[in-house]
Design a protein around this ligand. Structure first.
Ligand code: HEM
Length: 81
């Protein structure tokens, strides 16, 4: 599961898939990273739902281990339970 999740080191996600996480004050997310992502993902549901941002903020087009490095810095975009 952990290894497969690392494939989110490339590609993009739509605003609708991460809006809850970046606007939830109790989520474990870096505040600066959240505010950067809010710029492409407005608060209101349906507003910009399909706006795309990179899953890996450091090297969005490389298949590397930055997905995991970003998580340690609390800069993961997708929610997990
Ligand atoms: C529990 C399993 C998984 C969940 C919940 C999940 C969730 C997501 C979500 C929410 C997105 C953004 C999609 C969008 O906004 O339209 C995404 C994108 C992506 N996922 Fe996953 N994913 C899972 C497993 C995997 C696995 C196993 C792989 C590959 C081995 C993978 C590779 C990717 C890639 C490459 C993208 C970017 C797609 C693109 O840019 O077009 N995911 N995933």
């Amino acid at each position: 599961m952990v290894a497969l999740s690392g494939s989110h080191t490339i590609g993009q996600a739509q605003c609708i898939t991460f809006r809850d996480r970046i606007y939830n004050n109790s989520s474990d997310i870096d505040a600066g990273f959240a505010s950067t992502r809010k710029r492409r993902c407005p608060t209101n549901a349906r507003d910009g739902d399909a706006n795309l941002v990179p899953l890996d903020l450091v090297t969005p087009n490389s298949f590397d281990n930055n997905y995991f490095k970003n998580l340690i810095q609390r800069k993961g975009l997708l929610e997990s339970d």
